[in-house]
Write a protein that binds this ligand. Sequence first.
Ligand SMILES: [Zn+2]
Length: 331
Amino acid sequence: MYRIGIDLGGTNIKAGITDKNNAILAQANIPTDLSKSECEIIGEMSELAKRLARESGVSREKIDGIGVGSPGVIDSAAGIVKYSNNFGWENVPLAALLSSFTSAPVFVANDAECAALGEAAAGAGRRCGNLILLTLGTGIGGGIIVDGKLFRGKCGGGVVGHTVIVKGGRQCTCGRRGCLETYASASALIRETNRVIQEKPDSLLAVKYGRAGLPVTGKTAFDAAAAGDVDAKKIVGDYIEYLGEGIANLINVFRPEKFLISGGVCNQGDSLFDPLNVFVRKNCFAADKLYIPLIERAMLGNSAGIIGAALLVPENEGRPCARAGAERKGG
Ligand SMILES: [Zn+2]
């Protein structure tokens, strides 16, 4: 059997066709044009899926369906994007539209959930029934797998980026203050680095990195900290502790076997993971008595979202006997 997985991102739409061993046979990307209507974007996803099928040489009858990982809050049972602030989408019937364009059953979940599914099936979380994955990017996404299944609650559960870790703290795009993603996303780290560069023009951070004309990234503060800059060390130390508070909260609630993080910040390697693990171990409830997972880097990068999205399609879903279920979900 073959499945198509589509990772709908704010910058690119990435798609792949996978086989029963979760290997990606062919892959294609197109840029996401957010000025286009939802219908046009879904039309482009349809073209991408058809192109993949053509290029991989897999006939339509052998493709069981299409899975899509989308940003935002998803009603997976209905295949609807309830709300995505990045896309400005509300109640978009993604599964029904894409299904009508492709004549294939379509399943939708949150993009971070798909990344967690992908890592659990083929990456750092293999053979692991209880797993949490955080994606550290513009915001913070979360995929929580409990006893082998995605945790969703009634609808849209697992929105870990909008759990408050500082009462009355930084303003979040969601309307609350002090959300985890205003402190521990890659964007938060970059914002904080820029703030210090502005406020302390004589610091090593500002002189060596701020005035060099290089774009400030999630790496900048780590580089300056490694070079001995006191302000950069404070930015990095605070960032790791905020992230650690969020992770310790999640470990206390879910007690996963594995805890993975992904995103460009993970490229910092030991200078991120070593102090993060020390902090988390110190702050989890009953850490000296109970199992605490090591915080590890996710393995699959962009492929996790594609593989996980494809896995939303149940086995044999596209075969005639299973179509009734798909039509119900798609509609
Ligand atoms: Zn928030």
